[in-house]
Design a protein around this ligand. Sequence first.
Ligand SMILES: Nc1nc2c(ncn2[C@@H]2O[C@H](COP(=O)(O)OP(=O)(O)O)[C@@H](O)[C@H]2O)c(=O)[nH]1
Ligand SMILES: [Mg+2]
Length: 331
Amino acid sequence: MAVNLPPQYHDAEARYKKGKTPEEKLAALREMWVILPKHKASEKVQADLKTKISELTDEIEQAKLGPKKAAPGSHKVPKQGAGQVVFLGPPNAGKSRLLTRLTKATPAVAPYPFTTREPVPGMMDYEDVRVQLVDLPPVTPDHYEHFVTDITRGADAALLFLDLSDDDGPPATESVYERLKLARRRLVPPGAPASDDPGVYHLKTILVANKADDEAADVRLELARDLIAEQYPVRVVSAERGTGLEELRKAIYDLLGVMRVYTKQPGKPADMTSPFTCPIGGTVSDLAGRVHKDFEEGVKSARVWGTGVFDGQTVGRDHVLHDKDVVELHL
Ligand SMILES: Nc1nc2c(ncn2[C@@H]2O[C@H](COP(=O)(O)OP(=O)(O)O)[C@@H](O)[C@H]2O)c(=O)[nH]1
Ligand SMILES: [Mg+2]
């Protein structure tokens, strides 16, 4: 979709391109952000601008901390599956143990802190889709790996861990929230309004209260609910005993806010084995863009079997799809 941009936007963009320092570039990008009309047609431009602002803000902040230990992007985890969900929490909360329960990944699990130093991805099966989970090093007020800031920018959602076997669990989890806030990452409950500052990244989060097998688990969970600033949905689990894990799988999938759509070729049955996933509220053209980047503009209509249509109804490119619809794209 074409976006009509006012002349002031192009002026600011020219200043961005001519900017010599990251600070000059950032100032110009922030002007562009203010001027940019915020509507559906400009969603892609908005997203690009947000990413650039966030990247430059982080670059400027990290430069203040001294030379980088690792090259930018060296800890990047390429996205796979229906979405990427990162594990954030204090040491010893059972993040790595949970990853071994939900995926085939094999991170080291140990009864002492700081065992995990690098991001460890694994794929979680949920019905007929797969979600990428990424175990990360622990976060404490004194210990923060700066690549966590980069990884959380690209992630779709987060699990915030609480250790129910430790009296220090609730304050330790609160510290994780605060430390990420310092890094301009705000862990918010799903459905919270989008960030109004493009330099601050909001990450949809649920609280995973682990080690529910501890006898004082209930009391600590209550304490944590009072202490932690945001009211996250909570999933109570025991990674060790394997309780609560099926409910957690569903909660993780739901957190992504995606729907499954199956495609078919004319005259052939649908491929019901590997759905495409799109954000809930996505249209025929959004789906087409997932199938092939050239199809997003190229798709003219579609036939749809599923919700809100009669079987095989022909719809336009702006038709909103539903979970489990079967779609035949017409280019
Ligand atoms: N009792 C109990 N112990 C657990 C549970 N989950 C993990 N642990 C133990 O907690 C310790 C830390 O686990 P780990 O996964 O390495 O924690 P991480 O630092 O958050 O990755 C290990 O000794 C685990 O066996 C659980 O649900 N219950
Ligand atoms: Mg670990």
